[in-house]
Design a protein around this ligand. Structure first.
Ligand SMILES: CC(C)(COP(=O)(O)OP(=O)(O)OC[C@H]1O[C@@H](n2cnc3c(N)ncnc32)[C@H](O)[C@@H]1OP(=O)(O)O)[C@@H](O)C(=O)NCCC(=O)NCCS
Length: 161
């Protein structure tokens, strides 16, 4: 199978083992690797990388030139900017009081602003905004908004002095 596919007039690479919803919109030059799942109405910009085994929730919007590592979980309606780096195994969450029957589901999707970076294995709690050019350390548990340009680490994540 050819590495590029035509979809809605745009050229991008999709592994034959990736699952991309027909309603998803994928920008030119983007690569989607094996076992990645792109759910309904997600919109991914140009020249992005979506790592293997990542899940991009329905209705999520990702800007241009953004890199998403292996095994990232992104809930529905996440908003991710341009030139964002998301390391492997980063988990975003959107439900503060999760229940199996969804009885308390009150979705608070994440927002990540342009040029921010998130280190490997970080967990971002519901409704958190990561500011422009901020850097989240590997393994951080981020419970509050991260200001633009801040570097945070730890559990709970705090700004590094
Ligand atoms: C957070 C980070 C940016 C800090 O880098 P730095 O400013 O150079 O900090 P240092 O390495 O000088 O460490 C300073 C202190 O913070 C600690 N520290 C560093 N990173 C940490 C982290 N992620 N979580 C907890 N503590 C951390 C160090 O142990 C050190 O503590 P000490 O002074 O008590 O010994 C960096 O360590 C990091 O986590 N980068 C992300 C890496 C990553 O996931 N990349 C993904 C691509 S694979």
């Amino acid at each position: 199978m050819d590495r590029t596919e035509e979809k809605q007039g745009l050229k991008y690479f999709r592994s034959p083992k990736a699952a991309v919803a027909p309603s998803a919109v994928i920008g030119e030059g983007t690569s989607i690797w094996q076992f990645a799942t792109i759910l309904q109405n997600a919109k991914i910009g140009k020249n992005c990388n979506i790592g293997s085994c990542s899940e991009i929730g329905r209705g999520s919007v990702i800007g241009d030139n953004t890199r998403i590592g292996h095994g990232v979980f992104m809930p529905p309606n996440s908003k991710i900017g341009n030139e964002v780096f998301i390391g492997p195994s980063v988990t975003f969450t959107d439900d503060k009081m999760p229940r199996a029957n969804n009885s308390t589901y009150d979705a608070q999707p994440p927002i990540v602003e342009d040029n921010a970076s998130i280190g490997a294995g970080a967990v971002i709690l519901p409704g958190v905004k990561i500011g422009m050019r901020a850097l989240v350390g590997a393994g951080a548990i981020v419970t509050r908004d991260v200001p633009p340009l801040a570097v945070v680490k730890g559990n709970p994540a705090r700004v590094m002095e």
